[in-house]
Design a protein. Structure first.
Length: 498
């Protein structure tokens, strides 16, 4: 079975989430950075959402639009290809990361250029495009400020919206001072950690690249099927520069980013800004439809990326992860992400959405992917803030069952039988014992009575592996009598007798 690649530069193999999180929670600087950033963003988002009296209706509409599109994705994909082609663009289909990288590299080489500028795109991070281009002698420059920080720091993104959320201003200053000169215009002399100075240093560094670049690479937040229009929403203006100045524009977009009509787009242009940056609307919303003589790029290519998405679509429970509009609201309220950080998830998709998306795109055969469905307390905060109502806890439990029990799944378009993951034998035995007892009332009643009568002999902490659980929690005491016996002995029993 071939694995889907979700690119993470510099780390081909990742440890399971518990091991990675064990190290992350001991990094006090990281935890401080994450706590400050996530608490600030979540408070601003809550205020922005509270302004909308019809937020619940918008959320329901977003869910319905996405579900409808996914049910008829084959039809809308063909419509996108027809519309983009009619508008002067060229559509390419990529089944996986390798194919997408080959397509993009060949398109860039055909221009004769050896440099490209990029507007933030998680799809290109997912396929490891920068590394693939570098192997072909092509240098890609990230232009989003946070992505620039990550690239200059030889780092990995740790957040969907703010990839450098794990860095503070002092760390960013040091990165700019030491690395900017290697990539282009160096940082100004005497650069401090003042945010305004850091932003100005990045602006000057990037401006020369915008003016020189002949090829731009982008992703897209949405693709409108009826016209073949692509949409990018961003806050800095780098996207507008990448999308208008180069002569050739290549957009790499996941097939789940389609919306049927402009009217559908209206819903997401209200919910996405409030859920991500807590803004009423994005400072920059860029849209392009094919090519136009004398305006913008002369050549446009759209690469539609699968890379495990149709396999995910085949799962009736898990497919709701494809509704995701990459707002990152779930990360900002997740207590697990706040403490462990994004790198522990071993994917470009961290946090709650990453815990359900990565194991579906890549499968659950690796240690890291088998552990991700357990990277949650199932508190439900992620579902409450999701603007398209993805029931992340439901999918997490669904994937946990897949890890423990195995069973039929779709991989590379084929039905395969997945074996149970290693290390879950005790869990399987416990669940089967629970199922046996809960389907036999007599055995359950006898077990409850035995537990109550022996309660004074019960330990305060669990033995063996259970010590990890009771090391930070009290073991719940067993009641004096089972509920069934209490019900029979009290008013409930007398009412039942009548």
């Amino acid at each position: 079975m071939s694995a889907t690649f979700l690119g993470m530069p510099g780390s081909p193999v990742f440890p399971p989430f518990p091991r990675a999180a064990h190290d992350a929670v001991r990094d006090t600087t990281l935890r401080g950075n994450l706590r400050h950033a996530t608490h600030t963003i979540r408070a601003k988002r809550a205020a922005a959402v509270a302004e909308m009296p019809d937020w619940a209706a918008l959320r329901a509409a977003g869910r319905q639009i996405k579900d409808h599109t996914l049910r008829h994705l084959d039809r809308y994909l063909v419509r996108v290809e027809e519309a983009v082609t009619a508008a002067g663009g060229t559509v390419h289909w990529a089944a996986d990361a390798d194919e997408a990288n080959r397509i993009v590299a060949s398109l860039v080489k055909a221009t004769g250029e050896r440099e490209v500028v990029k507007v933030k795109s998680m799809a290109t991070q997912e396929i490891g495009l920068n590394e693939a281009l570098e192997a072909e002698g092509i240098r890609a420059y990230e232009t989003d400020l946070a992505e620039l920080i990550v690239q200059l720091g030889h780092d990995r993104p740790s957040h969907i919206l703010v990839p450098a959320i794990h860095r503070n201003c002092g760390e960013i200053r040091d990165i700019f001072r030491s690395e900017m000169g290697e990539w282009g215009r160096p940082a100004p002399e005497g650069l401090t950690d003042a945010p305004a100075e850091l932003a100005e240093a990045a602006r000057l560094h990037l401006r020369e690249k915008f003016l020189r670049a002949k090829v731009g690479i982008s992703g897209a937040n949405f693709v409108v099927a009826e016209t073949g229009t692509l949409v990018v929403v961003e806050s800095e203006g780098n996207g507008r520069m990448c999308l208008t100045l180069p002569e050739t524009l290549i957009s790499v977009v996941g097939i789940e980013k389609i919306v049927p009509t402009w009217r559908d787009l209206e819903v997401f242009l209200q919910t996405l800004p409030r859920s991500s940056t807590a803004e009423r609307m994005n400072p920059y919303t860029s849209m392009w439809t094919g090519t136009t003589d004398g305006d913008g790029p002369e050549t446009f290519h759209l690469v539609l990326l699968d890379n495990g998405r149709t396999d995910t679509l085949a799962d009736e429970v898990g497919r709701q992860a494809l509704r995701c509009i990459r707002c990152s609201a779930c990360l900002n309220v997740c207590p697990v992400y706040e403490r462990a950080g994004g790198h522990a998830y071993g994917s470009v998709y961290p946090g709650p959405i990453g815990a359900i998306l990565s194991p579906q795109l890549r499968g659950t055969t690796s240690e890291i992917d088998a552990s991700l469905p357990y990277a949650s307390s199932l508190c439900g905060a992620c579902y409450e803030v999701c603007p398209v109502a993805i029931d992340i806890p439901e999918v997490l439990v669904h994937l946990r069952e897949r890890v423990v029990e195995g069973g039929p799944v779709t991989r590379a378009g084929n039905k395969v039988l997945l074996k149970p993951a290693k290390g879950h034998a005790a869990e399987r035995a416990a669940m089967r014992a629970a199922r046996w007892a809960l389907t036999r009332p007599g055995a359950l009643r006898g077990g409850q009575r035995l537990a109550s009568r022996t309660r004074r002999f019960h330990p305060r902490a669990l033995p063996g592996p259970g010590r990890a659980w009771t090391g930070t929690r009290d073991l719940p005491p067993v009641p004096v009598e089972p509920f069934r016996d209490w019900w029979q002995r009290t008013h409930g029993g007398r009412e039942a007798a009548k």
